[in-house]
Ligand binder design. Structure first.
Ligand code: ADP
Ligand code: TRP
Length: 320
């Protein structure tokens, strides 16, 4: 089975990205042929500062490698290093009905909010389809919000195959565990767009400050509380063993505790949990040549595969 997914370098990765996506990508690299890429072409639809985009792209590579993405198991590369995908995107674009893209939420949401939307955002699902089809991917693990784009990809692939003959492998979406919906510092879903994130590799002191400022309700210290549904309890659970989680749940039900103590426990647990990756990241950051070499090797392996598929597709539609 060939697994493929992409993640946009639109900011530093946060706990939601890790527990909701990255950790699962890392698990899937074992026992599958896997391709993971940093979707900088997609990020260009929102990040318009060249220095910032380049920095986020490098940070994304460092974060993924430090967290355990292993280039010996998975092909890790940067999207724009595989120009074959952009060429394939055009082939797909010519057969994509406007109506299909009109229904896509990324574009619709922006327009509904009155924000300017460009052709890049409108055709974003076609580039995403090219990303997937270029590697004959069987399975695409994504968050629920991306499932619509996988359906678009399947529609585009089916229509190309129907018109020009069997060319593309039909991919399947695999929803990443919904159970891992991570709350942010305001109790809502953690997301860059809500400004409520806790970054994986933030400086521990600065992060502790953010954790201590997490919004809570006005419960008094002596009052018991049901842990399920409480965002501090959910955050602690991300890092805790079953026994530690049970212990905190019992404390909640007994009452007589303060939220401040729970926050301190979260900060300590998170620091310990990410200590090893943090050290690995520092090592990698001090060795940029090594990271460059990993990405160059990933790009050359990805290009070899993408060229095969592009050649097949060009032949099919009379471009060879
Ligand atoms: P953001 O909302 O911060 O912009 P993205 O949309 O770039 O994050 O998400 C990248 C991946 O991380 C997606 O697969 C998404 O499902 C996952 N993800 C993001 N935030 C969370 C969260 N709070 N809980 C679980 N998964 C998340
Ligand atoms: N659009 C995806 C996101 O925002 C990122 C992405 C780009 C992607 N190309 C992809 C994901 C191909 C899976 C497959 O999360």
């Amino acid at each position: 089975m060939r697994v493929l997914s992409g993640i946009q370098p639109t900011g530093r990765f946060h706990w939601g990205n890790y527990f909701g996506a990255i950790r699962q990508y890392i698990d899937l690299q074992h026992g599958n042929e896997s391709y993971y890429f940093i979707a900088n072409l997609h990020a260009l639809t929102t990040v318009r500062d060249p220095k910032v985009l380049a920095q986020y792209t490098l940070d994304a590579a460092l974060d993924l490698l430090a967290l355990g993405l292993n280039p010996e198991h998975a092909v890790l590369f940067v999207q724009s290093d595989v120009p074959e995908v952009s060429e394939l995107c055009w082939l797909l674009m010519t057969g994509t009905p406007m109506g299909l893209l009109n229904r896509c939420h990324a574009y619709k949401d922006k327009v509904a909010k009155g924000l300017p939307a460009d052709a890049g955002l409108f055709t974003y699902p076609v580039l995403m389809s090219a990303d997937i089809l270029a590697y004959d991917a069987d399975v695409v693990p994504v968050g629920e919000d991306q499932l619509q784009h996988i359906e678009v990809c399947r529609d585009i692939a089916a229509s190309f195959n129907h018109h020009f003959g069997e060319t593309f492998v039909m991919p399947k979406g695999k929803i990443l565990e919904a159970a891992a919906k991570v709350p942010g510092t305001d109790g809502e879903k953690m997301s860059k767009s809500y400004n409520n994130t806790l970054e994986i590799f933030d400086d521990p002191k600065a992060q502790k400050k953010k954790i201590m400022s997490i919004t809570t309700d006005s419960r008094q210290m002596h009052e018991p509380k049901e842990p399920d549904g409480d965002h501090l309890y959910q955050l602690f659970s991300l890092f805790a063993t079953d026994a530690e989680r049970e212990e905190l749940a019992a404390t909640y039900r007994r009452g007589g505790f303060g939220y401040g103590d729970v926050k301190k426990q979260i900060a300590a647990a998170a620091e310990k949990y990410f200590a090893e990756p943090r050290a690995r990241r520092a090592e990698l950051a001090a060795n940029p040549k090594k990271v460059e070499a990993i990405l160059a090797d990933g790009a050359s392996r990805a290009r070899a595969k993408a060229l095969q598929v592009l050649t097949r597709a060009k032949k099919a539609c009379g471009l060879s």
